[in-house]
Design a protein around this ligand. Structure first.
Ligand code: ASP
Ligand code: MG
Length: 403
């Protein structure tokens, strides 16, 4: 007997028929002798609809009531799924956030699960029942309803798997796993069978659509193995666990990209201690996330150029802050907001020499100019002109044997 946490996302429970289908998936697990705790999201689009309703009243809708409102989407799914299981002659029961209770700390709309009471639910599980728990919510220490951030049902699933000591945590969604690159762009992309938490996080431009990154981080922290799989096919999904459990036959696991980057260069900045700190401190205060940073070696020992990347929608704000910054001197600001980041990711890269060179050679064969480079142990990223992205991922996918 295996104790499983099964989480069903919004599209998986988007209609009554789909909820009935989910009930059948659970029924099958029970007939195999497994114990199941189900976590559900709101029906697809529901949370957005609820937000719209609150905006019709006020754009500064009361925070406490906002969480009461938003949490209701999951309540609906809990009841419908429970009802569908009961209709199949199964023993099932929904539990709302305050009935369990799921205890959270932190602010409304952005709370964090800290604990849950397990006795009642464990007893119900041991009696052969299927508890259905709403994702994305809890209560504060004052007993107010809280929500834990958009996409938070994944985090609920991971927390439940941890607190109930489940054997597996399966994330049912509308894709059948994590791919070696975007399958919509590159048809030869392959589904990855096994991936480490780190790789999953680094591939977040592909993986984020699949699972909330912070939930993957929590799973990594507690070493909870995950499986992402499709509600609509029986195919195996992608297993996500710690690196030791993976035997790397390939050095590169996937090719990721993001197209919303911008590059800023400051030329002629003084080459002395404190300059970089003076540049980046005001950016960080303004909550601007700086990604890659490159500083050239100064040829005259006096001045140098600093290049960095930010998200495209923050480039004007960044420029303004630099221009208003009295603490730095520079010659010019050069900006390019038509750039993209392409990364190869793989835990197997550590042990394979020559990956860097092969990536650069491949891009040069395609006549793609590299504008900036950054590396970590399991990732190698380059900034290139946005128009070259597709060509670059195609080529890299091929030369690293991922097709
Ligand atoms: N229903 C919530 C949202 O749409 C939580 C979730 O689906 O994970 O953000
Ligand atoms: Mg979701």
């Amino acid at each position: 007997m295996v104790k499983k946490v099964l989480k069903f996302g919004g599209t998986s429970v988007g209609t009554v028929e789909r909820i009935q289908h989910v009930a059948n998936i659970i029924k099958k697990e029970i007939s195999l002798g497994n114990k199941v705790i189900a976590i559900v999201s709101a029906m697809a689009g529901k949370t957005n609809d609820l937000i719209k309703l609150s905006c019709e009243i006020s754009n500064e809708f009361n925070k406490r009531e906002f969480d009461v409102l938003l949490s209701s989407g999951e309540q609906v799914t809990c009841a419908l799924l429970s009802g569908a299981l009961i209709k199949l002659n199964m023993k099932a029961k929904s539990w709302l956030n305050w009935q369990i209770p799921i205890l959270t700390s932190g602010e409304h709309s952005n709370a964090r699960i800290i604990n849950m009471h397990v006795e009642k639910i464990n007893k119900y599980l041991n009696d052969g029942g299927v508890p259905i728990i709403p994702g994305f919510q809890g209560i504060s220490k004052n007993g107010d309803i809280t929500t834990i951030g958009r996409g938070g049902s994944d985090a609920t699933a991971v927390a439940v798997a941890k607190i109930f000591n489940a054997d597996t945590c399966e994330i049912y969604t509308d894709v059948d796993g994590v791919y070696s690159t975007d399958p919509n762009k590159i048809p030869v992309a392959k589904k990855i069978d096994k991936i480490s938490y780190d790789e999953m996080l680094e591939l977040s431009s592909l993986g984020a659509k699949v699972m909330q990154s912070s939930a993957v981080q929590t799973a990594m922290m507690y070493d909870i193995s995950l499986e992402v799989r499709s509600t609509f096919t029986e195919r195996k999904g992608t297993k996500i666990f710690s690196q030791e459990n993976i035997d790397y036959s390939k050095s590169v696991t996937g090719v990721a990209y993001s197209k919303d980057d911008a590059k800023i260069t400051l030329t002629g900045v003084q080459d002395k201690p404190g300059v970089a700190a003076n540049i980046f401190e005001p950016l960080s205060k303004a909550q601007i996330n700086v990604d890659m940073v490159i500083q050239n070696i100064s040829s005259d020992q006096k001045t140098t150029d600093i290049t960095f990347t930010v998200k495209r929608d923050e480039v004007f704000k960044t420029e303004q802050i630099l221009k208003d910054n009295k603490n730095i001197k520079y010659k010019k600001i050069i900006q390019n907001n038509k750039v993209a980041k392409v990364s190869i990711v793989g835990a197997g890269m550590v042990s394979t020499p020559g990956i860097t060179y092969r990536m650069f050679r491949a891009l040069s064969d395609e006549k793609i100019n590299i504008l900036a480079i950054s590396t970590s142990e399991i990732k190698l990223s380059v900034i290139i002109e946005e128009e070259n992205v597709l060509k670059a991922i195609k080529k890299l996918h091929t030369i690293f044997d991922l097709d």
